[in-house]
Design a binder for this molecule. Structure first.
Ligand SMILES: [Zn+2]
Length: 173
């Protein structure tokens, strides 16, 4: 008899793509996901900014580097939320559950936690009470936001902004 496999927090949970109405497609949990679990490991090919194409899906992963795909894959369809239920808590290209996620709940992350490109902004349709209305590069959301969200951001953003308050002090000295 086979022993039932114990679910570990590092196995990707079952997810499914569904239509969400005004946001187009979205990714939904098809089973409950415990807080702290790995939800999605993002993947694709890496290009510098000048090689981006309008028909590629692109997620910024460094000052001049983007994780790209030709679209249509599950990890391309994860929508932004100003009150997300996943984040880059490890600093790498993995989204972890920030809280317990129920079956049927949409998976979201905060696009600002991957972005610093000055040219980038997008109207937000997340519908949360605390919606920022426009999704902006990380550094344009204000110091309170930056401090609160650094632990959800990609490593390169942590490196860019973790020391920013220190350099401000240095300039004042
Ligand atoms: Zn929003």
């Amino acid at each position: 008899m086979k022993t039932a496999e114990k679910q570990t927090s590092f196995s990707t949970p079952p997810l499914q793509v569904k239509k969400t109405g005004r946001k187009g497609h979205g990714v939904f949990a098809s089973a409950p996901i415990a807080a702290g679990s790995l939800v999605v490991h993002l993947s694709g090919f890496v290009l510098p900014t000048h090689k981006l194409r309008a028909d590629y899906m692109a997620l910024q992963i460094d000052s001049d580097m983007w994780l790209c795909s030709r679209g249509g894959r599950l990890d391309d369809m994860i929508n932004h939320s100003c009150r997300p239920n996943t984040g880059f808590t490890g600093g790498g290209l993995k989204l972890f559950a920030l809280l317990d996620i129920a079956a049927g709940e949409e998976i979201t992350f905060d696009y600002s936690t991957s972005l610093t490109d000055e040219a980038w902004s997008l109207n937000c349709l997340c519908g949360e009470k605390a919606c920022r209305k426009t999704i902006l590069p990380f550094q344009h959301n204000g110091p309170a936001y930056m401090q609160k969200h650094l632990s959800l951001a990609l490593d390169y953003i942590r490196k860019l902004y973790a020391t920013s308050h220190r350099s401000t002090h240095a300039r004042q000295a």
